[in-house]
Design a binder for this molecule. Structure first.
Ligand code: ADP
Ligand code: MG
Length: 399
């Protein structure tokens, strides 16, 4: 089935560009199990790769031209975007081609011998659902170029180049989690990542073997507030770290939290978009969230995956009440899941829409999904898209 999709993507490449591709590469979307809004605070995250992937069929070019085409760019049929490598400039037009172009730009900026390419993409990662279709697109591109030009870069280095592309070229100030997940996850595991030193550990997370299921609930909403609020939360965390005299909020130990909160004024008063947190609440979220990641790992290591449920739900409360990045649809998904007997649930990703994750007993999964769907209908929200997350593999070459 995977091979069939790769063949289909290669065939589409041939239709678009008139010759077979040199290869086909894949990179997955992700959900974050726990560790939200910690990756720009030098903290801990724990994503897992989804079975949903973005495929890149690619061939090298020798004329300094980059051509990109996608079946999922929003236009009927898709257009080829053609760019000259020597004319690539950050934050130029903002179209989807900026993601792959940014990867080429970041590699060349790093002095890597990357030339032109023809690329065609075909993706099953829901776009804009908080499942990181952007990182899947970047990392599939980075791995394809790494192979085509024999760069021999490590997975983590590819992730860093992809993040550089998104930060500096596309203009999105994301942390390193999404790209690392797309590049480094392995089947059957969640990836523990310390975003300070990029130390990694693959933590076994055998849902099926335990009789468990992790449902992803894509709310299909994306609230406008999102972008400005993300920047505001980052700024507030940086303000908090400065006020506490630490390099990053990661440096505030959980045991020191009460003293740290006592020492903080409640400012800044004008924190940005209405409804944002004050600095104490922001610090409390980040410090307790790092702690929750450590506790989730401890419980998984102890062979008790069911015991992570309450930590997921606590994490949601912290994101909702302290960090204030949730929204009505995410809160409803989490509340309905809890009322239907889920082991735990939380929003995942940046917030203000996107997706939630729900840990359930396998036998109860359909009933819980049904209750969430009913609750959305009763509240007048559009039907959510609900599917199981099976921890999948990171980026790889398919053909
Ligand atoms: P998320 O990463 O959560 O899906 P983002 O807003 O970060 O949401 O990234 C979505 C954007 O990435 C899309 O608007 C589009 O520009 C680009 N994108 C992602 N996947 C594809 C694809 N397969 N083809 C074309 N563009 C894509
Ligand atoms: Mg993204």
């Amino acid at each position: 089935m995977k091979d069939q999709r790769a063949r289909h993507t290669a065939e589409r490449f041939r239709e678009v560009y008139g010759a077979a591709p040199a290869g086909v590469w894949a990179a997955p979307g992700r959900v974050n199990l726990i560790g939200e809004h910690t990756d720009y605070n030098d903290g801990f995250v724990m994503p897992l790769a989804l079975p949903h992937t973005t495929l890149a069929a690619a061939s090298p070019r020798t004329d300094g031209v980059l051509r990109v085409h996608s079946g999922d760019d929003g236009s009927a049929g898709g257009q080829i975007a053609e760019l000259r490598l020597d004319a690539l400039r950050p934050a130029s037009d903002g179209g989807w081609a900026a993601y792959p172009a940014g990867v080429v730009w970041a590699m060349r900026e790093a002095g890597l011998p990357v030339g032109g390419a023809d690329l065609h993409y075909d993706s099953t990662v829901p776009v804009g659902a908080g499942l990181s279709s952007s990182a899947a697109l970047e990392v599939a591109t980075a791995l394809a170029l790494d192979d085509l030009y024999g760069l021999g870069l490590s997975r983590q280095r590819l992730a860093q180049l992809a993040q550089r592309a998104e930060n500096a070229f596309v203009g999105v100030p994301c942390g390193i989690m999404d790209q690392t997940a797309a590049a480094c996850c392995t089947e059957g595991h969640a990836l523990f990542l310390d975003t300070r030193d990029l130390a990694q550990r693959q933590v076994p997370f055998d849902l099926a073997g335990e009789g468990l299921r992790l449902l992803v609930v894509d709310t299909r909403v994306k609230h406008e507030l999102g972008d400005g609020a993300y920047a505001q939360r980052r700024a507030l965390c940086e303000f908090g770290a400065r006020a506490l005299g630490v390099h990053a909020l990661r440096d505030v130990q959980y045991a020191q939290l009460p003293a740290a909160l006592d020492g903080l004024a409640t400012g800044p008063a004008d924190g940005g978009p209405a409804g944002g947190p004050d600095v104490r609440a922001a610090v409390r979220h980040v410090v307790t969230e790092n702690r929750r990641v450590e506790e989730v790992i401890a419980r998984l290591d102890a062979g008790d995956p069911r015991a992570i449920g309450p930590l997921l739900t606590d994490g949601h409360a912290s994101l909702r009440d302290d960090f204030r990045v949730s929204c009505a649809e995410l809160d409803l998904a989490v509340a309905a899941a809890g009322a239907a007997g889920a082991l735990g649930a939380r929003m995942t990703g940046g917030g203000f829409g996107g997706s939630a994750v729900v840990l359930v007993e396998e036998a109860a999964a359909d009933a819980v999904a049904g209750r969430i769907t009913q609750a959305f209908a009763a509240a007048g929200h559009a039907a959510p898209r609900i599917f199981p997350a099976v921890p999948g593999a990171g980026a790889r070459r398919l053909v």
